[in-house]
Design a protein. Structure first.
Lengths: 178, 109
């Protein structure tokens, strides 16, 4: 079990690094799919089977394929992304490292978690999750349908090709040389 | 089903913390590092998923299903957010000729 955890963790971290470092957006999306599948593997290891299924269906099946569609429809694969200046890149990496350091230091000795529930692992099964979802979280569950409806309407309104004038950026507005 | 056992009894809880923090930091660094808006959205998804992983691990640790329901709602909100974000991206690509985040610097004033 422990080796399986380490294997999945290594796959997740390496795939996340590939997402950040890859040149082409297609490579990034595929690495993100690998990363999310390994996270679904973590959910299976934690016996959260309902969430593992939902994660694979919603994230890998819907969201990332949608991103892949957008990349291919917009022909974003061929354009070369200009890089940020060296100072900005160094400071971004340093910021990530410092964030990791702070988070690790904050939880290094402050966590004396004692498991209060049963570790039998029945919490993630579909039956239990469904009971909790429809007993205690019924109102948020119904409200999320309203959220989806508004998101759908908003996306259709945003992506519609209208006949209004374009923004017309001046060509000198790229601050690359700074 | 009982022999498909939960890893929470074997793997120490700190391992899940470290893994989640690693993924979150990588996502944060990537969001600051890249200029393509699509990749920034992907890094945001990565950060959301690291938090989801920690919530599921803590939920299994405490035996409380509320954390997993919370993860379910986070997934719903992320789906809606990505839909609207990609629509904005398509419109940006169509009108502003690019998906470079630096072209949006006129939003600063």
């Amino acid at each position: 079990m422990l080796t399986l955890f380490y294997l999945l963790a290594a796959v997740s971290v390496i795939a996340a690094l590939v997402v950040v470092a890859a040149k082409s957006p297609i490579t990034s999306v595929i690495a993100l799919i690998v990363c999310f599948l390994s996270i679904a593997g973590h959910y299976v290891l934690l016996n959260a089977q309902f969430l593992a299924m939902v994660h694979v269906i919603v994230y890998t099946g819907a969201i990332l394929i949608l991103m892949l569609f957008v990349i291919m429809l917009l022909n974003m694969n061929e354009e070369v992304e200009k890089r940020k200046p060296v100072l900005a890149r160094i400071s971004a990496v340093v910021t990530g490292g410092l964030l990791l350091l702070v988070l690790l230091a904050a939880t290094r000795q402050g966590l004396n978690l004692s498991a209060s529930g049963d570790l039998a692992g029945g919490t993630g099964l579909v039956k239990h999750i469904g009971t909790v979802l429809f007993r205690e979280f019924l109102i948020p569950f119904e409200l999320s349908s309203v959220l989806f409806l508004s998101a759908m309407a908003g996306a259709m309104m945003l992506a519609k090709k209208d006949g209004t004038e374009h923004i017309n950026l001046p060509p000198s507005s790229e601050p690359d040389e700074a | 089903m009982e022999e498909l056992m939960t890893a929470i009894r074997v793997v120490p809880m700190e391992h899940y913390f470290v893994l989640s923090f690693l993924l979150f930091s990588i996502g944060m660094a990537g969001a600051l590092l890249r200029r393509n808006i699509l990749i920034i959205i992907m890094c945001l998804e990565l950060m959301l998923n690291s938090v989801n992983l920690l919530l599921v691990a803590l939920s299994a640790w405490f035996g409380d299903a509320g954390g997993q329901v919370m993860v379910f709602f986070i997934m719903l909100v992320a789906a809606a957010e990505v839909t609207v974000g990609l629509a904005i991206l398509v419109q940006l690509k169509r009108n502003a000729e690019g998906v470079d985040i630096n072209q949006l610097n006129r939003l600063k004033w």
